[in-house]
Design a protein around this ligand. Structure first.
Ligand code: NAD
Length: 286
């Protein structure tokens, strides 16, 4: 456990990942543009550092940033430092874009550095418990060098393929999660309209073939009680659905049903900062 881990982005996911890294015994440095998460991070055994450069002194660097643009910006700002320093492996857990990832991985490889796309599923609780599902794209060498950190953050890590493959898998996953949010809500609305309670209908789904993680976890935990606080925002899910749709366009893939779901997400009237589970609000007749 001699490795030092830098975590860039201490939001809903990054904070928990930094805590899991520290708990696993790695000296863990945390950086965020916003000052607020630093104190929480300190409480979890993470050393908050004042600059991005400080985080980039680490042996392995975990990114948990909102978008591909943020990921590319950080690499751009660290370009000079990366030219000089010894080999580092970046584990990018952001839900990013395959083409951006491939370009970055190639540029970093030319400098001797590693870059893995390693987006995650499991939400803030999975991050805090080191129990994420991680879908990884990149070379076997980068993966081997990142392995101890990946083990600290995830309970299941799947090496999907070459650079960008992890991002593709994540976008497919989130497209289906987004669609399930809508189909499950519509199913419960139909159940109530036809005279059975949504609670009974959900019980049945979850013991039968209509279930998904959305019906098994999201509805019972965040929708039925109208808490709507899973920790994943509308803005981030709308980004993922937009990227999945772009992937379908780029590859000429027909997907009539999920395309319709993607459109409903794009047109949703919830605020960017609202929780994405609001889309499951089956009693909202709007
Ligand atoms: P978040 O908005 O809570 O956190 C992002 C953090 O990054 C913020 O604290 C922000 O200040 C910081 N940041 C932005 N630009 C930065 C920069 N240049 N340098 C340092 N810090 C910077 O988002 P989140 O929910 O933690 O999601 C992070 C990524 O993980 C996203 O790509 C998201 O799609 C993905 N994801 C989220 C969830 C979830 O349930 N929240 C689950 C799986 C994947």
């Amino acid at each position: 456990k001699d490795l030092t881990v830098g975590v860039v982005g201490l939001g809903a996911m990054g904070l928990g990942m930094a805590a899991s890294s520290a708990r696993a015994g790695f000296r863990t440095l945390g950086f965020d543009l916003a000052p607020e998460p630093a104190e929480t991070a300190r409480g979890a055994g993470v050393e908050p550092v004042p600059t991005l450069e400080d985080a980039f002194a680490a042996d392995r660097i975990v990114f948990s940033l909102p978008t591909a643009r943020d990921v590319a910006d950080v690499i751009k700002r660290m370009a000079a430092l990366l030219q000089q320093r010894d080999r580092v492996v970046i584990i990018d857990t952001s839900t990013s874009e395959p083409q951006v990832t491939r370009d970055l991985a190639q540029r970093l490889a030319a400098m001797g550095h590693g870059f893995l796309d390693a987006p995650v599923s499991g939400g803030p609780a999975g991050a805090a418990n080191g129990a994420l599902t991680m879908m990884i794209g990149g070379t076997a060498k980068d993966l081997a060098d990142a392995q101890p950190v990946i083990e600290a953050l995830s309970s299941k890590a799947i090496h999907v393929g070459e650079s960008g493959a992890g991002n593709v898998a994540k976008l497919v996953n989130n497209l289906l999660c987004a669609a399930h949010m809508i189909t499950t809500a519509e199913g419960l609305r139909l159940a109530e309209a036809a005279g059975i309670s949504a609670e009974s209908a959900l019980d049945v789904l979850n013991a039968a073939s209509g279930r998904s993680m959305v019906s098994e976890v999201h509805f019972p935990t965040w929708v039925m009680n109208e808490g709507f606080d899973s920790g994943f925002t509308m803005a981030l899910m709308q980004k993922d659905v937009r990227l999945a749709r772009k992937l379908a366009e780029d590859t000429g893939t027909k997907m009539p049903l999920t395309e319709k779901a993607a459109r409903l997400w794009a047109e949703a009237s919830y605020a960017a900062t609202d929780d994405f589970t609001r889309m499951g609000d089956f009693r909202n007749k709007g």
